[in-house]
Design a binder for this molecule. Sequence first.
Ligand code: UD1
Length: 419
Amino acid sequence: MVKLLIHGPNRLAGELNVHGAKNSTLPLMAAALLCRSECVLHNCPHLSDVDVSARILRHLGCAVSWQGGSLVIDPRSVTQCDIPDGLMREMRSSIVFLGAILSRAGRAVLSFPGGCELGPRPIDLHLQALRKMGAKIVEDYGCLSCSTEGPLHGAAIGLSFPSVGATENIMLAGVLAEGTTVITNAAREPEICDLADFLNRCGAKVSGAGGSTLVIEGVRRLYGCEHRVIPDRIAAATFMSAAAATGGCIRLNQIIPAHLEPVLPSFEELGCCIEMEESSLRISAPARLGRIKSVRTMPYPGFPTDAQAPLMAAACVGSGTSIFVENIFESRYKHVGELLRLGANIKVEGRVAVVEGVPRLSGAPVEAADLRGGAALVVAGLAARGATEVTGVRYMDRGYENLERSLSLLGADIRREYE
Ligand code: UD1
């Protein structure tokens, strides 16, 4: 068993470079499949989800190799069009490969992603859109068999919810489709813009990324390019939460300040002082945090659901009552029970969590049940007095590159232990 052992509390101080965004890297790796020559993705984080995506690409027939922090993908030798069930289960978001495989091969066979740590993970919006673009999709025995007669065609697609994954799948299916695809109520996350930038650099014609209407004019061919993955805004928000929870003062480098704007008001409400520079920020926290009146998770540019849990861990040691409303996923309070073990005072009623700040947390053994919930336990452990053991480290390894090393650089007493 792998554990993170934390001795707290320790006021974080120092500076850190934020790694590339997991949620950009995965769709970019899928997008590489559409190219007729090698792609180089710089600033790729070394994460287990990226490894799973690399295994999917290799299974499909791509050559994939690391050169330092860059991932080199040669998609010219693709022969397969399926994703084995084991890989689908390891990473539910591998559904983002569907649009790209279908576009490239005219066929795709994937197992149904089913539920995950965050609750049910429906893909109805992905499938509706791909059907509208000419895909024939049969759902049988937990398996999705998709095919097209001839190339996919452009379509007008209105999403009932601005799903990030559905928007990405439609983009990947649309760039080589015949005609124009228009997505209304598209997701506006920075990762969508990163994918559009990459595709356009490869020769695609995608416009409107970052807004609610995306227009994709199909082209005949795409060629590989070199691209730098945007920084991980969720990892940055996690380190900001850790600084806040420990009364610390840290500087985060290699960030895009605009991407963090949705989280800044909450940290400021807690009493933190934030100074932005061109590609870095400095956050300094008071000895005792205040409270956040309310945080409602929303699609971008709202407060990101992925930052809810780490921020909640900081609010646990604030003074006063903070209210969280989770609007994106059904089952995103699994960290709450574990935060209670550390001495937090939180009540959950449906989508709402009410956090009564306590003067201090105390260390205890806790178990992560999902990626960002696990990060929240680490943040709380850094602020807690005494020893905290966090198990379920495999979840954190999905989204944070060497989390314990980054936090140690900031002065935390944290180490990984293998039993
Ligand atoms: C992506 C992110 C994830 C983040 C989420 C929301 C990746 C790899 N993951 O996940 O970290 O938490 O965006 O910002 O980028 N929905 C449907 N039908 C669908 C698709 C989605 O009902 O066909 C619902 C989901 O159940 C969920 C909501 O829409 O309640 C948001 O999901 P979506 O934006 O699709 O998230 P993901 O792309 O899966």
